[in-house]
Design a binder for this molecule. Structure first.
Ligand code: GYE
Length: 364
């Protein structure tokens, strides 16, 4: 009964993936496959990460491929596309892995059932990029009971750290604070009337960037956040929210977009309304991610400040897997470092001044 349910739900995830045109990986998890052969008995025990690692028999040593499941958020942004590709390239067959990749299409319920499917299939490791930070305790407990190490990647979960093996990603609160600190430096005492286009509701990337930015808002008594709405980390969402902001507010001089795709949508909305932005315009745009296209806009002076979040994180995850394979202890948390970039002509203590050279070096 349980297996059947998982099969159906995995099909739902697969359908979502295929509809989204993202079903291009070699993905046992997206086929209603037979459960994988049982993992070595030693890996079944629920135990803290270090103990699990010490007890695990290295699949490589026994000649097996290492089976990794990745429950990915979805395909909402350029950042996500780069992150997905990085995982598929890193956990490749050529590198000795069988990657079960599932695009969860920004649906928390699908993501939970995807993880259940990975547990059912007795994969060796499970990577989760959590769509939302809440609601993970039960399924993480199930993975732990099954003795499968879980890596929480990119975004964070609210759950107790004892329920997973390790977490890695960028510091979203620090990113928000960098954006705010840069703005304070740039405005140098001028008033700010700020509109915020947030990311997806309940995502740690949204919560962290909002909290960090608000920490700096609180330090500036002449700053007002006029409104803050979710654009769901998509270009269409950014455009829609900006269009509605333009109808309601006429006195804003700062738009904070919590990712580059939202910024593209916001720029389209401002173009249509005849509102100028960028270093030569009326409105300062701050963005996050610093993808290649986002940095092109920064180099062009349209996005004045772009705070990086590096999507190339799979190498960190593979490093953890390799350590666990070798029976070594792993860190509870790995920080993926990032920096910020500002348009040419601006000097900042918080950000690197954009140049063609920086753009040329950007791989994503
Ligand atoms: O900023 C956004 C993506 O979780 C850091 O998710 C990630 C965010 C990223 O959709 O573009």
């Amino acid at each position: 009964m349980k297996k059947k349910l998982v099969g159906v739900l995995m099909c739902a995830a697969m359908t979502a993936t295929m509809l989204a045109g993202c079903g291009n990986s070699s993905t046992p998890a997206t086929t209603p496959a037979e459960p994988a052969p049982a993992a070595p008995a030693e890996t079944q025990a629920a135990a803290p990460a270090e103990t699990q690692a010490a007890q695990a028999e290295a699949p490589e040593a026994s000649g097996d491929v290492v089976k990794v499941g990745f429950a990915q958020v979805g395909h909402e942004s350029d950042w996500r596309a780069a992150n997905t590709k990085n995982y598929q390239d890193t956990f490749s067959a050529a590198n000795g892995y069988e990657l079960s990749f599932v695009d969860c299409d920004n649906d928390h319920a699908v993501q939970i059932e995807t993880v259940r499917g990975f547990i059912e299939q007795e994969l060796d490791y499970i990577c989760i990029a959590p769509i939302q930070s809440a609601g993970w305790d039960t399924v993480l407990q199930e993975a732990q009971d099954a003795g499968i190490p879980v890596l929480i990647v990119d975004r964070a979960v609210d759950a107790d750290a004892s329920l997973y093996t390790t977490a890695l990603g960028c510091d979203m609160i620090a990113e928000g604070e960098t954006a705010g600190n840069w703005l304070a430096e740039y405005l140098d005492g001028e008033d700010a009337n700020i509109l915020v286009i947030e990311g997806s509701v309940g995502a740690s990337a949204t919560l962290g960037r909002t909290e960090g930015f608000n920490n700096i808002v609180e330090q500036n008594s002449n700053w007002t956040v006029l409104d803050s709405q979710s654009g769901d980390f998509t270009q269409a969402g950014g455009q829609e929210v900006m269009e509605s902001f333009i109808k309601s507010y006429s006195d804003f001089n700062v738009v904070v977009c919590q990712n580059d795709n939202e910024a593209y949508g916001a720029m389209d909305a401002m173009d249509a309304a005849g509102i100028t932005y960028g270093v030569d315009g009326d409105v300062i745009i701050i963005s996050f991610d610093a993808t290649h296209d986002g940095l092109q806009y920064t180099l062009d002076g349209k996005i004045t400040c772009n705070v990086e979040c590096n999507p190339l994180q799979a190498g960190f995850a593979e490093g953890v897997v390799q350590k666990l394979e070798a029976g070594e202890a792993v860190d509870a948390w790995t920080l993926v470092e990032d920096e910020a970039f500002v348009a040419p002509g601006i000097d900042s203590d918080y950000a690197v001044t954009m140049s063609q050279e920086v753009l040329d070096g950007r791989a994503y």
